[in-house]
Design a binder for this molecule. Structure first.
Ligand code: B30
Ligand code: ZN
Length: 268
């Protein structure tokens, strides 16, 4: 059918390759991080990862039907160093979560899932004109991944959560009035794992340098419950899918084989 991709049995990750053949490729994400496999790399240690974000540039939050996404004006932002050549700019950030808090992260660490995962999506502005062009190249995108574990309320994410009631249905979009600082959503310790992978959603382009922070940050059960209240269908439409009440209770892709790809680490 022409049914759109999603996270149910009918349209979920195990069906994506039918319409998006890249999803069956050998450079797919997420993966399980087998920490014993990571090779420490002095070239990463000597080129520290640095970022600069402009909180006032967080522009709109949208319900994509697959989750929430905050779109950012890339101007003035930059991410450099670590495994990256050149400068990458922030395009958007979003989260993935599960129907209960024992699962929901896309990456797992030694088989362990976290409750959710935050993705800060950047594109290579040294080589490409915009995020759309960059997504077609193997060095086009880099995503900073932050594992979220249940704990205290996350104050910066709360600014996102306060906007969720105004984007309850698919396609709804609202202006971000109180600036959100992406830097405040990152962990204190800058240790990370890095490997070459893909978008975790269709079309699953193999264009992402993944940088996953080792230290998780906290999010509260109430905040996770707010994520699960988003709906995957349009206001006024009937729920077209088999998701419970049309709620986006879960939107993570299960892990795929690392295969022969190198997993590198920086910091302990
Ligand atoms: S994820 O972090 O792997 N979950 C996209 C980027 C990262 C992830 C998922 C999707 C993505 O870019 N999707 C394509 C949508 N783009 C369109 C585009 O023209 O280029 C919009 C966007 O970011 O927000 Cu990039
Ligand atoms: Zn993502």
């Amino acid at each position: 059918s022409a049914a759109e991709w999603g996270y149910t049995k009918r349209n979920g990750p195990f069906t994506w390759a039918k319409n998006y053949p890249t999803a069956a490729g050998i450079r797919q994400s997420p993966v399980d991080i087998d920490t014993a496999l990571a090779t420490s790399d002095s070239s990463l240690e000597s080129k520290p990862l640095r970022w600069k974000y402009v909180p006032q540039n967080t522009r709109t939050i949208v319900n994509s039907g697959h989750g929430w996404r905050v779109d950012v004006d890339s101007e003035g932002s930059e991410l450099v160093g670590g495994p990256l050549e050149g400068t990458y700019k922030l395009q958007q950030f979003h989260c993935h979560w599960g129907s209960s808090s024992d699962k929901g992260s896309e990456h797992t660490v030694d088989g362990q899932s976290y409750a959710a995962e935050l993705h800060l999506v950047h594109w290579n502005s040294s080589k490409y004109a915009d995020c759309g062009e960059a997504a077609d190249y193997p060095d086009g995108l880099t995503v900073l991944g932050v594992l979220l574990k249940v704990g205290a309320k996350n104050p910066e994410l709360q600014k996102v959560i306060d906007l969720i009631p105004s984007i309850s249905h698919r396609g709804e979009k609202t202006e971000v009035k109180e600036a959100i600082d992406p830097a405040k959503m990152l962990p204190k310790t800058l240790s990370y794992w890095t490997y070459l992978g893909s978008l975790t959603v269709p079309p699953c382009n193999e264009s992402v340098t993944w940088i996953l922070f080792k230290e998780p940050v906290e999010v509260s059960e109430e905040q996770l419950a707010a994520f699960r209240s988003l709906r995957c269908y349009k206001r006024g439409e009937e729920c077209p899918c088999d998701e419970v009440d049309g709620l986006l209770i879960s939107n993570y892709r299960p892990t795929l084989p690392l295969g022969t790809r190198e997993l590198r680490e920086c910091g302990s």
